[in-house]
Design a protein around this ligand. Structure first.
Ligand SMILES: *Cc1c(COP(=O)(O)O)cnc(C)c1O
Length: 302
């Protein structure tokens, strides 16, 4: 299995207040759909599945999940059958209207739609056993793709040239990506995570995987919770695209970048700091978000 991908480069964005420089690692360019950190998180899991002789992947996700799209695309590209357990029974009849689900279906994924209360049982042995009865044996990838092998993959995001950066910033969902960054960073670096959702369980989850402790979560930029956005964020994302020709997604990277620029304004970073922001991808989610924005007569993401 050749898991090679487009090379990732750092893109200098600019120098701002106090000589603080911002550079973006373009992980979004790895692959259009197996994007950014989802590729990193899948890599060693796919190798492990192959090693085990398992040709079927099963995972979980919501209606607009970057992870589901990535697993479907990876399955198609590398020859795995894929099964997606999707939160929300009502979505079954709406696949053609949902860009993430219809794309994933085009990649050959088999869906099983479950109610929200069934979905909550996804960590339980009984629930998994029922799935094994229904689908046969499979390699299980958790929701969001985070496990030890995923963290190992995310440790490869940082390269030698990044050693001189003072801050490494990333968006946080389940905490797998930041854990890899923490493990691969040096003692003089500070890793800042910007959670895309509310909840204080994240620090504990990160501690399960992280081997060092020079990191911190900045919890002020979730914009009301997972998938929640407002006009200010949309305006920021569109302005960012216009100024730097870099698209940000509204769920993760847009919120992180908004946070970084706000913190620069507020004097959070010492003068002359070099900030490396990880663009973890997620651009496939823009279309689905724009559908919702259109319904609400809000400005769209460009
Ligand atoms: C899934 C995702 C994240 C969150 O990664 P975790 O490892 O779950 O914390 C961040 N950014 C993007 C674009 C994602 O798709």
């Amino acid at each position: 299995m050749n898991l090679s991908f487009n090379s990732v480069e750092n893109q200098f964005v600019g120098s701002f207040l106090g000589g603080i420089s911002v550079t973006i690692k373009r992980e979004d360019r790895i692959h259009p759909m197996i994007s950014g950190n989802k590729y990193r998180k899948l890599k060693y899991n796919l190798l492990e599945a192959r090693e085990m002789g398992c040709s079927k992947l099963l995972t979980f996700g919501g209606a607009f999940s970057n992870h589901i799209a990535a697993v479907a695309a990876a399955g198609n590209e590398f020859g795995f059958e894929t099964i997606g357990i999707i939160r929300g029974e009502e979505l079954e009849s709406k696949i053609p209207d949902n860009p993430t689900l219809s794309y994933s279906a085009s990649q050959g994924i088999t869906f099983k739609f479950v109610t929200r209360s069934q979905y909550r049982l996804k960590g339980e042995a009984h629930f998994i056993n029922n799935l094994r009865e229904e689908f046969g044996s499979f390699y299980l990838i958790p929701e969001g793709g985070t496990n030890n092998l995923a963290v190992q993959g995310c440790e490869e995001i940082l390269a030698q040239v990044d050693q001189e950066m003072n801050y490494i910033c990333c968006a946080v969902g389940t905490g797998g990506t930041i854990s890899g960054l923490i493990n691969a960073s040096n003692k003089d670096q500070m890793v800042l995570g910007f959670p895309a959702l509310k909840g204080d369980f994240l620090s504990e989850d990160i501690r399960k995987f992280a081997t060092q402790d020079q990191w911190k979560l900045i919890t002020d930029y979730h914009f009301g919770g997972y998938g929640k956005i407002n006009q200010e964020l949309i305006g920021f994302i569109n302005e960012f695209k216009m100024k730097y020709q870099i698209r940000l997604d509204p769920i993760y990277t847009g919120k992180m970048m908004f946070g970084i620029f706000d913190l620069i304004k507020k004097g959070f970073f010492p003068k002359g700091s070099q900030i490396l922001a990880i663009h973890t991808g997620g651009l496939q989610g823009i279309e689905g978000m724009n559908q919702k924005l259109k319904q609400k007569n809000l400005p769209l993401i460009k």
